[in-house]
Design a protein around this ligand. Structure first.
Ligand SMILES: [Zn+2]
Ligand SMILES: [Zn+2]
Length: 348
């Protein structure tokens, strides 16, 4: 057999053109056919996606090294780089094995040719050595998919292992997708709490962990809504930067944000959902209290929520019901905004 065809399982000779020899190297994929990758920025940023090489439309993760370099994005931090920057240490070790295996066979082949020359000379007696064994490639088991996402813009499906706000392929999820991802993670946290054994739940409750989670959920939900309102506004108003230059954190102040939307897009946030709006104003006041006053009721809060039974100086209570209510009313407003006709045709 020719030396270039003496390759281990997982590697395949493809072609030879002059001095250029091409092999394909199969890389392990998980049960969903997704190829694990790692962000160069952080070793915690791992993800998996379908990878297609040239001449291979099956997405088997096989590469013959002739595919064009593709640009990828880390789904968690948005780091942008070429595919090979995202290879894991396991990939590199397997590729390294393949290269070393080829080098072994190449050197042996060259020595054989020298030996042939010596054999033709009457002055030397040379016994050809044995062929080097074919090195097996380093093998590993890719991580199974636990949660996958599909980008609404480019349709790429990828496995994630954390909060993901970027598409691995086109780089940017839509404002609506980012908002949903941020809120859904709060829902998942609460759902996981239900799965915990009773004694661990009781210990966590006593340690204040539940309260902390519910209070953070209210703050995070409102923060996500603020970002969402800003992104939708910017995507629909052509001179948004000019309009917003002296407005400060206007999307944090819901009534002001509603007026801004009405003036520039003909959509009053206040009029989108009669039930969600008053509850959202209460949530905004609660969030303000948690963020700036450690949850201690002040006069500003009592003015914002006149129906409150809380006394001045009392600390607010945020439980599961309050956290879920914040999620639900924020979701209702966002959905109503996306469904509302506006003066712009920009996609969101
Ligand atoms: Zn990253
Ligand atoms: Zn995409």
């Amino acid at each position: 057999m020719q030396w270039e065809k003496r390759v281990p399982s997982g590697m395949r000779y493809v072609s030879r053109a002059g001095d250029v020899i091409t092999w394909s190297l199969e890389m392990p994929v998980n049960d969903d056919g997704l190829f694990g990758l790692l962000c160069p920025y952080s070793a915690d940023h791992r993800f998996a996606m379908k990878v297609q090489s040239s001449g291979d439309s099956s997405g088997s993760g096989e590469s013959d090294g002739t595919g064009e370099a593709s640009i990828l994005f880390c789904p968690y931090c948005g780091y942008r780089g070429e595919m090979d920057e995202f290879y894991t240490p396991e990939h590199r070790r397997r590729i390294d094995d393949a290269v070393k295996g080829v080098a072994d066979q190449l050197v042996s082949d060259a020595l054989d040719r020298i030996t042939d020359v010596f054999r033709r000379s009457k002055s030397f007696t040379v016994t050809p050595g044995r062929r080097p064994p074919v090195r097996p490639l380093y093998s590993y088991t890719p991580e199974p998919t636990r949660r996958s996402m599909t980008c609404g813009t480019c349709d790429e499906t990828y496995a994630v292992f954390g909060i993901a706000l970027y598409c691995v392929s086109c780089g940017q999820l839509s404002p609506a997708e980012c908002f949903t991802e941020t809120l859904d993670v709060q829902r998942r946290v609460m759902s996981h709490l239900d799965d915990l054994p009773a004694d661990i739940r009781a210990q966590m409750e006593a340690n204040g962990v539940f309260t902390k989670i519910y209070e953070d959920s209210v703050k995070n939900t409102f923060g996500a809504l603020e970002v969402f309102l800003g992104q939708v506004f910017r995507s629909r108003v052509t001179n948004a930067d000019h309009v917003l230059r002296r407005e400060g954190n206007i999307f944090q102040r819901l009534r002001h944000a509603s007026g801004l939307y009405e003036r520039h897009l003909g959509v009053s946030l206040e009029g989108l959902d009669d039930q969600a709006w008053p509850a959202l104003l209460d949530t905004a006041a609660l969030r303000h209290l948690l963020t700036h006053a450690n949850g201690i009721v002040d006069e500003q809060y009592l003015k914002a929520v006149p129906v409150s039974r809380l006394q001045l100086g009392q600390r607010v209570h945020v439980g599961r019901a309050e956290a879920e209510s914040a999620l639900n009313v924020a979701t209702s407003l966002a959905q109503a905004l996306l469904a509302a006709p506006d003066s712009s045709t920009a996609p969101v």
